[in-house]
Design a protein around this ligand. Sequence first.
Ligand SMILES: *Cc1c(COP(=O)(O)O)cnc(C)c1O
Length: 412
Amino acid sequence: MNRFEEFTTRIVQQVGKKEGPVSPVMVNSASFGYGSSETGEGIFEGSIKKPLYARVGNPTSAQLEQILASMEGGIGAIAASSGMGATAMATLSLLKTGDEIISIGGLFGGTYSYFSETLTRFGITTHFFDVDELEAIEGAINTATKIIFLESVGNPNMRLPDIGKIADIAKTYGVAFMVDNTCTPLCIAPIALGADVVVYSTTKIITGNASALGGAVVYRAISEGEDKFKGERYRDIHPFIQKMGSMALIAVAKKRALRDLGMSANGFGSYLTMLGLETLPLRLDRIIQSVERVARALSDKGFVINHPCLPTHPHHERYRTQFAKGCGTLLTIDMGSKERAFEFLNRSKLITITANIGDSRTLGLHMASTIYRDFDEQTKEFLGITAGLIRISIGLESADAIIDDFTNAAKI
Ligand SMILES: *Cc1c(COP(=O)(O)O)cnc(C)c1O
């Protein structure tokens, strides 16, 4: 059975219940009564598994967390208020002043400014690399390096990393390896490829319909034997490993991020996210086929398209072998100038102009005037942002209708 078929079966079965309410039960209470002081003590101590307070866990979000953990092959997951909340949770729970991050590929604008501006203010340095600079990446690792962070597909530069190779480097040096898999759930299984932590913005294709802002972090289990987190580099979290064993990374994130920073998901958001999630395999399977058809057809008509399914793309071979299930909903079109890009977007009848991706509808946005407007020329060049660049996220509409609409919109 192919992966989309397998998860079509699994996820609908995990979201719905066979007894009682079929749709997930939505709990929106901020606090939970303990019934007795003894139970309260047990809940705080961890011996009684009942809700403590919504900042550190919500029963509806817990169901979402279980499904995402099982989808990724992780030991657990923590839902977050947004994708940026998830990135902040995954990173801040392992970092302190003086630490360093190696960031590879991408990069989503919010993550870039979080690394380059916000973390810099707290004395944490990030070194940025392109996906193929493997020697430079190895050379940049030192005793202060705590995280190697990777985006599974360059958004919007569409460059594809060799995730297995980068996982091997992280393993050799004993550095935590995090993958932002927002664009490629099910297409790529980062934990199976050697990632320790997977970050999602569930706002995008997982929910898929702009109904809920959300994020999630999925963690692998700490091994009983040797494990990179037992090395000197992570001595700060050794007490968690001693107490929590395989679940240590979840405990670290709950205490250091959810409890102290509060980027927590809410019940209603998690409910909507599960309704989206149950159709994720069907939607993504269809969209990936459409993306390829649209990219090829428009490229044949003379559009300047960036997508690795095209033989001219530098990572075409990697796309065919390592991204055989596709690389998500995105492609980019370079219209040559801001004026032509605006004209194209304004003329299209199908495109919704918005700063989102992974929706049921086809979305589009001119990059340089929006998300990347505050970036200097050098950074824009590094991130592949040209004056006429439009990012397109293909939706569920018929591929032929999208091709016709884009062709009409481009006629000047
Ligand atoms: C959107 C996005 C984020 C941030 O997610 P929000 O839910 O908007 O906070 C992070 N990474 C990638 C790749 C994204 O596309």
